[in-house]
Design a protein around this ligand. Sequence first.
Ligand code: NAD
Length: 359
Amino acid sequence: MPPAAESTAPAGALDYLSLPAAARLIARVGVVECLRDVEQAIEADFRRWPEFSKTARLAQPTPDGVIELMPVADGRHYAFKYVNGHPRNTRLGLPTVMAFGAIARVDTGAPIFLSELTLSTALRTAATSVMAARLLARPDSRVMALIGNGSQSEFQALGFVGLLGIRSLRLYDVDAAATRKLMGNLADVEVELVPCDSVAEAVQGADIVTTLTADKMRATILRGEWLRPGMHINAVGGDCPGKTELDAAILRRARVFVEFEPQTRIEGELQHMAPEFAVTELWRVLAGQAPGRRDAAEITLFDSVGFALEDYSVMRCLQALGRAHGLLESLALLPALRDPKDLYSLVREAGAGGDGDRA
Ligand code: NAD
């Protein structure tokens, strides 16, 4: 899928992908096919990493979570995502993570695409995990433990089953209803589902361990003594200051891979480690500048926090797919002016049309 970005909306409008349209699009194309396209788009963008202007995201801690702005730009486009992380939201009937974002042209600053990014975040997070595991997990990996069975879990499960050949999923969540929900959603997928009573039980025999829990604290979901030679750990849930999932001993035993090092130092499992602790950015592995997995016994860790470039990739990918499937709308968000200095004409003309209270 050639990633789109230029808008086909008329003057004064931009391409818009609503959440219902994104849901329809993903259902029509298929989650695994979407993940395949998104993984390719992310990989292509990571390969041209030096072309992007990058910054750690701007985080606003709140009493019950965090609200973040995530910008990235290259010579053509500027993109950003607004996203929150509020682990207690589910008790209020709201998701932990909600997001939207936009792409603009760099030459004029004109926004060209506005998108929901809640479903898209789940897709890009799973696609990035799959991309990392392709470089870091043993190629004969067939069993994955999935700890935390909330919103992200189906997307991660489908990515690893559909794109990496996982045949058995060992599931655990402190909330048994979340595990039942995940099993229900995966009922038609060709994979063995093994619900477990503890993390220790879930990681038994696992080639890959994915942690996807949400808690606003330093948690120890995974203990060092459960590691086995050759394991790959896909640590996704620890993604903001003060919120981690792993025993620090795991970082000392594993080779650690990250998206954008300055951001992961602040937000990832790396919070456990001193600033000189060595890590490898994933793009270097893709560019052939650093090795991925070196042997079958090595323990590898992807310390995922989510980087703005992945949101840019997924937005362009879903814009292209949405256009191909006729699911983009035009949103009249921008001024279309006969005289670009006469912004007031919009008010004047609207008033003349009888919309105003006063002439
Ligand atoms: P969610 O609230 O829908 O699901 C989280 C699940 O974790 C819940 O079912 C909860 O019961 C479970 N859980 C909490 N503590 C646990 C524990 N000690 N052991 C086992 N299970 C436990 O959240 P989500 O949208 O699925 O997100 C999961 C996590 O991933 C969040 O922390 C979120 O911030 C993070 N996230 C990271 C990225 C990234 O790019 N790295 C992207 C999206 C979400």
